[in-house]
Write a protein that binds this ligand. Structure first.
Ligand code: SF4
Length: 331
């Protein structure tokens, strides 16, 4: 039974392991993630390239079957039959990063937006549904865009067409993977404002996958920071971004323009899910361990030998934060 209380989307202890190829060990792309998205809430999933955020997003959409763990939507566990997944994808729509790649250059805007209705055999007035979706996506008057082709549109307009293609099915959740990464700075703000307006006017929920903490600041209600297959810090955006506690979050924030934090450039190898280190998976790159802050707090051996635990879908996964109320500035 579908419930209207509780989170819209819930993920519990999700693991996704890909088999090793050519003698390489298996890749633990997602390695024990809990995450929720509430109704009418925008959650930003943030991390470097290779941290597993896109695999997690695809798993939440049912495009990847988890090795273990559970995804639930509106209180019901996801079923991995073709029929159940097709029904689910009406309710949870993916918006990809590159609108040019997402749109067929030979399809008009009308056909691109109507495609979802046709795939799902949705009854009703197709023209009215396409016009509504274009209008919601900010392409007005909608019939002016019906017969245009993608090459006749700006990058921002193409991304709006992609969003209209998702909205036409009247989903409850959008999963947007780097939704503005391929756009000029001048139109990024417009697309982010559109996502906020859709949340406010339609009560739409969104999971926004991004490498950009600045984007999370502009759009999200909550943020989850992911490193090497795990969420290492999560909470309300103003808490996580103004009082970051995990050394990884602090390092990501420190390189943003106008950050009050001392700039920290992470050293060491970028995350490799085929070689997850023992102990805290961030320890080889951790500025707090390198600076001696973890040593003087007595947690350095824990950092190297015992994985820190983050309880529930909020909190921080760091031994240092469990002995000190705040990571020392500059640590
Ligand atoms: Fe750094 Fe230790 Fe915290 Fe890991 S647990 S982030 S190594 S201080």
């Amino acid at each position: 039974m579908t419930t209207t209380t509780g989170p819209l989307l819930g993920a519990e202890d999700i693991h996704v392991t890909f088999p090793g190829r050519r003698g390489r060990p298996p890749a633990r792309a997602v390695d024990g993630v809990d995450l929720t998205v509430g109704r009418g809430e925008i959650v930003a999933l943030v991390g470097e390239s290779g941290c597993g955020k896109t695999t997690l997003a695809r798993t939440l959409l049912g495009l990847v079957t988890p090795t273990s763990g559970r995804v639930a939507f509106a209180g019901r566990p996801l079923e991995y039959t073709a029929r159940a997944l097709k029904a689910y994808r009406r309710r949870a729509q993916l918006v990809l990063q590159d609108p040019t790649g997402s749109l067929n250059p030979r399809h008009t805007v009308y056909d691109a937006v109507a495609e979802g209705l046709r795939v799902h055999g949705t009854p009703g007035d197709e023209r009215a549904a396409v016009a509504r979706a274009l209008s919601l996506a900010g392409l007005r008057p909608p019939d002016r865009f019906f017969l245009r082709y993608p090459y006749e549109l700006s990058g921002g307009q193409r991304q709006r067409v992609v969003i209209a293609g998702a909205l036409v099915l009247q989903p409850e959740l959008l999963v947007a993977d780097e939704p503005v990464a391929s756009l000029d700075a001048s139109v990024r703000g417009e697309i982010l404002a559109l996502l906020l307006r859709l949340r406010d006017e339609l009560g739409l929920s969104a999971l926004v996958v991004t490498h950009d903490l600045g984007l999370a600041w502009n759009i999200a209600d909550r943020v989850a920071v992911m490193y090497l297959g795990r969420v290492v810090e999560a909470g309300p955006v103003e808490t996580v971004l103004t009082e970051p506690r995990h050394p990884y979050t602090r390092a990501l924030l420190s390189v943003l323009p106008e950050s009050p934090l001392p700039a920290t450039v992470l050293s060491g190898e970028p995350p490799d899910p085929t070689r997850v280190p023992p102990g805290c998976r961030f320890h080889a790159r951790c500025p707090s361990l390198a600076s001696g802050a973890a040593e003087s707090s007595g947690v350095a051996s824990l950092c190297r030998g015992t994985p820190p635990v983050r309880i529930g879908d909020a909190g921080v996964s760091c031994h240092l934060t469990q002995v000190a109320p705040r990571v020392a500035p500059g640590a």
